[in-house]
Ligand binder design. Structure first.
Ligand code: MV4
Length: 492
């Protein structure tokens, strides 16, 4: 087993990885930028290494700085977390070249799955259902226009490289195709240095359902069932759950078998996710493979009882999977809500600030994975996700009830958060009915949500913090009215 693991990430996932390493008795090294001095993730590890300035490009995305930190501290393995360099073939290669073990898939898997054209071709040839579309080498206007016509309207244009919706265009009419092609190519070239496109039939009101897979270095592959992640906004997931309320046992078996076939075709090693679109008619289509541990892995952990980080580390160390497919059981239902420091009244823009008070809900079937604590500074430099709240129940109804109660006991004062929106989502009759799709928030929650006030003891604690801060530094202008600093609500 590894002697020391460097965690090449920050925030919630760095804390999460450190926790499993500690449970395994493996010392950890955190890395931090100048903006993250004193951050929770750096305090949770056994040692912490400064890797650069606040800008991610010169710290958490700096391959050389991360590898140097690992060598300097005597780490023999690197966990990349999610985001940042977690899906970078170059980072995985640099780690291996330095004689260290990358806790994730091999570079070739990152490379092949990072190309939608190559991934689509591979999956189609392996019999995994892909969306009807075009993934050919001929990228001339003539070839793409002919492909779109034969696919039928509407179509979606997707850059072969990259993800997160960047450069994608939905085209509903033949006369809009030429300008959409030019725009998609331009954005793809600027963002990814590669202007190849794939074209697919555009599926309306789809659900996003994904299959968790695990592969060891000895050719064993298992799936850990699916997660539904349809509740999202601008390609950022907000609420996830397992099992998907949309699947019958028969459809679930077919989907998970397709996920496993995709992993086999990719020669997958370590933890990965095979994403599918689920159409309203029940058909599912391969979208892409995420070659990392995902934020929402915790709902899979809740229903399977497995520690996915523990399994990732074992796989990277060469251990065979400690169970076979038949041993994997999913029990009950789990939900995850992502808590973001963002302002729903201002187009969800990130809402930086200092957290004056932070209280985590507790109780049976409740897990709160946080990257911040009271006193933490939330900056504009990084993703504004603060924490994720996971509830488990014997059935969906119990998981939802526990989530509603836990959200009411979650307190973040000092920065604006999406907490009120999360409450509105899980309270909504369409959510309670499991009627989810990727346009859910726009359809049901477009208007302003009036947040409820926090519990009185939280306000008292925050006021005490404001007074202490004021006594120490003299009250800054922004703190002249403490209520102004505490959040978006108003007392009646
Ligand atoms: C699609 C689609 C409909 N039809 N492809 C957006 C991000 C990328 N990962 C895939 N995306 C989509 N691809 C076809 N052929 C709709 C989306 C999509 C979406 C997918 C999953 C979760 C949220 C989404 C929000 C908008 C669009």
């Amino acid at each position: 087993m590894f002697g020391k693991v460097l965690i090449a990430n920050r925030g919630e996932i760095a804390v999460r990885v450190a926790r499993t390493c500690r449970a395994m008795g493996i010392p950890t090294v955190a890395v931090y930028s100048e903006a993250d001095r004193g951050a929770l993730h750096a305090r949770e590890a056994d040692e912490a290494a400064l890797i650069g300035p606040a800008e991610a490009a010169r710290s958490y995305l700096d391959v050389g700085a991360l590898v140097a930190a690992a060598q300097r501290t005597g780490a023999d393995a690197v966990h990349p977390g999610y985001g940042f360099l977690s899906q970078s073939a170059e980072f995985a290669e640099a780690v291996a070249r330095a004689g260290l073990t990358f806790i994730g898939p091999p570079p070739a898997v990152h490379r092949a799955m990072g190309d939608k054209q190559a991934a689509r071709r591979l999956m189609a040839s392996a019999g995994v259902p892909v969306v009807p579309g075009y993934d050919g080498d001929d990228q001339t206007d003539g070839a793409l226009v002919a492909a779109a016509r034969s696919i039928g309207w509407p179509v979606i244009l997707k850059p072969a490289r990259g993800g997160g919706g960047k450069g994608m265009r939905v085209v509903r009419r033949a006369e809009d195709l030429a300008s959409a092609l030019a725009a998609s190519r331009r954005e793809a070239r600027a963002a990814f240095g590669d202007d190849r496109l794939v074209i697919e039939r555009y599926i309306e009101r789809p659900r996003h359902v994904e299959v968790q897979v695990l592969g060891d270095a000895h050719g064993h592959l298992v799936h850990l069932f699916e997660r539904e992640c349809s509740i999202q906004r601008r390609h950022q997931k907000v609420v996830e759950e397992t099992p998907s309320p949309a699947l019958t046992p028969e459809r679930r078996s077919a989907l998970c078998a397709a996920g496993l076939a995709a992993a086999r075709a990719a020669a997958y090693v370590n933890a990965g996710t095979v994403e599918f679109l689920l159409a309203p008619d029940g058909a599912f289509h391969f979208l892409e493979v995420n070659t990392r541990l995902q934020v929402e892995h915790a709902v899979t952990e809740a229903v399977t009882g497995l520690d996915l980080v523990r399994l990732q580390i074992g796989i990277a160390a060469g251990e065979p999977l400690p169970f076979t497919q038949g041993d994997v059981r999913a029990q009950g239902h789990a939900l995850e809500c992502r808590l973001y420091a963002e302002d729903p009244d201002h187009d969800d823009r990130p809402a930086p600030g200092r957290i004056l008070h932070h209280a985590a809900p507790e109780g049976p079937g409740v897990r709160f994975d946080s990257g911040v604590a009271t006193g933490s500074e939330v900056t504009v430099h990084y993703d504004p996700m603060l924490a994720k709240l996971v509830t488990w129940g014997r059935d969906r109804e119990e998981a939802v009830q526990r989530m509603r109660a836990a959200l009411r006991r979650t307190v973040v004062l000092g920065v604006t958060t999406n907490l009120a929106r999360l409450q509105a989502i899980v309270d909504h009759p369409a959510f309670r009915a499991g009627a989810l799709h990727t346009g859910f928030i726009e359809e049901h929650l477009a208007g302003r949500i009036i947040p409820a006030g926090p519990p009185p003891e939280a306000v008292a604690a925050a006021l005490a913090a404001v007074r202490l801060a004021g006594a120490a530094a003299g009250p800054p202008a922004a703190m002249a009215d403490p209520w102004e600093t505490l959040g978006p609500w108003r007392l009646a």
